[in-house]
Design a protein around this ligand. Sequence first.
Ligand code: UN1
Length: 511
Amino acid sequence: MNNQTTTQQAFKETNRDQVKKYLNYINGEWVASVSGKFSSNVNPANGEILGEVPQSTKEDIDLAVNAAKKAQKSWRLVPAPERAEILYDVARLLKQRKEDLSQILTSEMGKVISEARGEVQEAIDMAYYMAGEGRRLFGDTVPSELRNKFAMSVREPVGIAGLITPWNFPIAIASWKSLPALVSGNAVVWKPASETPFMAAEFVKIYEEAGLPEGVMNLVFGSGAVVGNAIVDHPDVDIISFTGSNEIGRQINEQAAGMLKRTSLEMGGKNAVTVLEDADIDLAVDGILWTAFGTAGQRCTACSRIIAHEAIKEELESKLLERISKLKIGNGLDESVDVGPVINQSSLQKIDNYVKIGVKEGAKLLCGGGILTSNSLEKGHFYAPTLFTDVSPTMTIAQEEIFGPVTSIIPVKNLEEAVEVNNSVEFGLSSSIFSRDVNRVFQAMRDLDTGIVYVNAGTTGAEIHLPFGGTKGTGNGHRDSGIAALDVYTEWKSIYVDYSGSLQRAQIDNR
Ligand code: UN1
């Protein structure tokens, strides 16, 4: 049975009751969970049930890991340039289906359609980039200290990569993790976020269609508590790559540490835009608006703080207020909408709770600050774009990740204070500075303690060929994306070939 027939049959079999159902993908087959149970996928813009996916169990993970283990034995021996041929096809298929994928993405996640297209493009870029790695995967060749001896390092796959991915970038982040894992010869067991299962299934359908051998990519739907936990706990899963909350990331790290299992963790941010007194204020307003309220503030890189020089604070406030009042809120499938819904009810409540805490702690609410319930919005989860000012750096809303369309102005007197405020949080993902003074910009580039720094742009917009990740509570020293991603999914092997025909002792015989 060819792969495409398998997929079509899976759909035929499960579409009898007209509800769109996806199945797990294990060992090249679309299969139901051993639990026989399903859960619903809901559109956050209007509450519509989009379909169902399996509620899987530990047994499903056991099956997926067994399949991955078997498949990896031969996948690692496929020459990397040949593995990469499949990735080129993945890139082409993603490109062909960009519009369909973007529509699905907006329907299940809520981000506005132009951003969904941007996200799919990020996965396309990553696929082409990592396909190129099939002909590189560079190691070093170095001269040996001994005669007639050859020395080099090569990258070997780690084995089985367990991927646990979030709902806010369901295909981009999945591409950051799965593509480097696969091109370097690992097999994958993937648990996508429960909120965005369809994007995961569509991505895997593309892997299948591109000809990835059975068992190399396995997809298991379900909760973090059951399925995620089973992946982390499984002794045959060699590396866990996770993007999500700090709390879960820490748990994963602790759990994996006992097994000496490698973890790559990306756990959010509390990113700030600094606006100095010599900045182009209109440009700064553009940057803040886009990065604080784009994706309804649900990016790890969202601008959650605005560190404003006191000389331009008032101008910034009034310009921001004017622009925020013009933002159109609604279903992201409407091309004219600027800000879509947040992901679900509990997220809506959490955001609202933070806003209430902000008011209680004495922050000045300039606009927004409420759940939107007008006729067209009442069935979805919409929050009013919210701006606070006169926020002190230690307030809860200036310290904790809100993950919603809420941002706060913190006044400062100079660059030194701005840097101190920027660095005073638990996270260190992204930061930005608006200034025309090259000396102060370079000082900021050096001193901002984040994994990503933007100059004269907001806090989002990472490109796939540089490392993505951060310092402090944002991560554990690893990076997604760029060449750095290969370090997560490979082991270095140093190889010495002695062709002298005699025993040569390093550090001894040449001294
Ligand atoms: C995330 O928010 O977790 O730089 C990923 C950006 C996007 C990726 C964000 N390219 O905002």
